[in-house]
Design a binder for this molecule. Structure first.
Ligand SMILES: [Zn+2]
Length: 115
């Protein structure tokens, strides 16, 4: 039996199969939404301050980003409910999280849309 790919429905089904196969083999680059990026940046700043004091938060975020431009930047795990953070490369978007054991640590410069 030959498959008639001119049939739009069959073609659609075939394309879907190919797409599914591709998704299995290729790990897509993680795309974080603006909201997640902002939330993670805030979380990282809070971790850095070591307290729940949010009064100087914007200043801390600013300092964090400023320091990262001339020093080794910090990155934080992008998984929900994980606050693991470490020193990373400026453009790191898949650093190793020792807590989750996944490549989910993202540089604060990426979170701040600087690189
Ligand atoms: Zn993690």
């Amino acid at each position: 039996m030959t498959i008639d790919y001119s049939d739009p429905q069959i073609r659609k089904a075939a394309e879907w199969q190919v797409k599914k196969q591709l998704e299995k083999t290729r790990r897509p680059r993680m795309e974080l939404t603006r909201k997640v990026k902002a939330a993670k940046l805030k979380e990282l700043a809070l971790q850095e301050m070591g307290s729940g004091d949010e009064d100087n938060l914007s200043e801390t975020v600013y300092r964090l980003l400023e320091e990262a431009t001339y020093d080794e930047p910090l990155g934080i795990c992008s998984n929900e409910n994980c606050t693991y953070y470490t020193v990373v490369e400026p453009d790191q978007d898949k650093g190793w999280c020792e807590h989750c054991e996944t490549k989910t640590v993202v540089s604060c410069l990426i979170l701040g849309n600087i690189v």
